[in-house]
Design a protein around this ligand. Sequence first.
Ligand code: C5P
Ligand code: ZN
Length: 480
Amino acid sequence: MSLDIFRDERGFLSRAREIAEKIRFLIDEGSKFLVICHVDADGLSSGAIVSAMLLRDNARFVTRAVGEFEDALKYLVDLPAAYIPILVDMGSGYLNELSKLSPSRPIIILDHHEPMGSAPANVIQLNPHFHGINGSEEVSGAGVAYLVAKALNEENILLSPVAVTGALGDLQDRFDGRSLHGFNERIVEDAVKAGLLRVEEDLLFYGRSSKPIHVAMASTMNPFIVGISGNEANAYSLLTEIGIRVKDDDRWRVLSELSEDEKKQLYNGILKYLASLGLPPSMARELVGKVYELTMEEPWTYLRDAREFASLLNACGKTGNEWLGISIAMGGRGALLEEAQRVLEDYRRRLAEAIEYAMRDECRQELKNLLVIDGGGVIDDRLISSVASMLSSMGLQGDKHILVALAQSEDSIKVSARASRKLVEMGLNLGKLLAEVAELVGGRGGGHDVAAGASIPKTRKALFLLELDRAVEEKLSGTR
Ligand code: C5P
Ligand code: ZN
């Protein structure tokens, strides 16, 4: 059944206002807050939006970013009585766990993950799914947080570009022409109206107005172009082969200076290159689309392009520098930004290495419905989610298989799974499947229909994969 039947944008917005009023009441009462968010780009954007909102209204608060819901739970169990928790970009998937906590204190959840279980009475929740709006496609955790922030104080419209960044971080630009759609469009409109954002159609290389073209190509990780992403020398050779002039006298040219004809020439050259590697041309289509430009940011920084901003936050989150990401999304610049840019560059190098490794035959295993990429103990478990997203953006698993990437940490295996839209249209919901199968083997999982994750005991890998394969088969057997 289509969600549209129940679609109630007004109800969603009025619930945001109710929650903002509740927060206003708690602030006035002198409550302190504990903001808990995820470590990914949307998570840090969300955490930053709620933190900036509280700061603007002189509330007292502490913010923590966590990788797993379990870590959030640890904070909640020991939380002093004076604090009200605000879970952002997380929580809705773990409602049953929250009912085990003390019922006397309110728990605020601002999330876009599909709700699972039933919420105890003390939970105050804003989630688009309750209003017929698909949270995995058209509004991010940061978007949900932004709605409440704006309802609390109109000045928080200044945070709209951060909400756009969160949506791009969660890859919600999966639609035609790599654009955000649905509810996200309203947030984009806010940002454009406030003069903070410009939206344009272009080639989506990172650093299109700040970096030499070959560097921009090598910095582009989504889609991941084998041999080019992470490899400036190859990108340079490809450019000269295609016949694009890379310098004007001594000055490197940037992508935004190329004429329309040169851009077409470059695009066609990349198509040819992909074909020579046997990769689908559909990948190149991912290279063209809407660019979301943060007009108030300096052109030479990683914050000017919202996709790059998201990568920067993601890199901070995946390297233990969450605080740095949150500070920047809250508006911190100067030395903080310099440090974060270094973190991103280092992270990109490591990610490109991890992907080269993941592409080796020895990492690959094919089951009936799964393409398993096992990074073993070699790929850092904090990188595996990005590796899964990149490989899936390359279309590695095709339309019929689910991509399942694994990495081993000290005591568990981190699982990151990605499915095509086609499988989702056939009724598959990865988040639900991973939650069920992970639980079956003594782990924990969840997420969205197209992208989900889990953490399972080290000894249960084979069983987990078999059960997941079987569960997918069962789900799809009636439909093909
Ligand atoms: O970690 P990864 O990016 O692969 O996760 C994809 C999605 O699944 C994220 O939205 C994350 O919040 C969710 N997830 C979850 N429970 C886990 C791991 C991931 O809900 N144990
Ligand atoms: Zn999110």
